[in-house]
Write a protein of this length. Structure first.
Length: 190
């Protein structure tokens, strides 16, 4: 027995007269092809989920109905599913069933791990910044920071367009490093 949601019944009842049979046909097809699916309302539209993940959805507009399959590279937002204006224009049931089976297979497939990109290299430490760190006895603390935090400080100092700005940033950086703070410490607990 399909797991239905009364909100979808209401959604279909509120749709235009032309849209109701299209929505009902798609709903019946989804439940026939994927008996374990669960109905839900997401983004204000009827959806079908499997294992808590979005499988397919449908939406009624003034002059057409759209049906869609999540993570479907084949349709790309177009094709026979985008603008269905009548029940006669409903795509071939075998095509819809094939797309549903593909969507189920995509949900069941293990996610490919995206290789982590190589981290950006830490720029060379400017002499003035190195001298200021050594003078304040914070060079070891700075060297112990993760590469990303060191890079943020160095890039911030290098990006200064004038010497007074660069010197002010160096003084501020040395103070924050002495306190054990990263460059963007103000935004870390927001």
């Amino acid at each position: 027995m399909p797991i239905t949601d009364p909100r979808i019944d209401q959604h279909i009842a509120n749709a235009g007269a032309f849209a109701r049979p299209i929505l009902e046909r798609f709903r019946t097809l989804v439940h026939r092809e994927v008996p374990d699916c669960v109905e839900a309302i997401k983004w204000g539209m009827p959806h079908f989920t499997l294992g808590g993940k979005n499988l397919a959805g449908m939406a009624a507009f003034k002059a057409h109905v759209a049906i869609f399959f999540h993570n479907d590279e084949q349709s790309g937002g177009s094709g026979p599913f985008r603008k269905i204006a009548s029940l006669d224009a409903f795509p071939d049931e075998a095509l819809v069933a094939d797309r549903l089976k593909s969507a189920v297979a995509r949900l069941a497939a293990p996610k490919a791990k995206v290789p982590r990109g190589s981290s950006k290299a830490v720029p060379e430490l400017p002499e003035a910044f190195s001298a200021a760190l050594s003078e304040a006895a914070h060079a070891a603390r700075f060297a112990a920071m993760p590469p990303g935090q060191r890079r943020e400080y160095i890039e911030w100092i290098i990006e200064a367009k004038t010497d007074p700005t660069r010197n002010k940033r160096i003084a501020q950086a040395v103070e924050w490093i002495g306190e054990g703070k990263s460059r963007n410490w103000k935004y870390q607990n927001c």
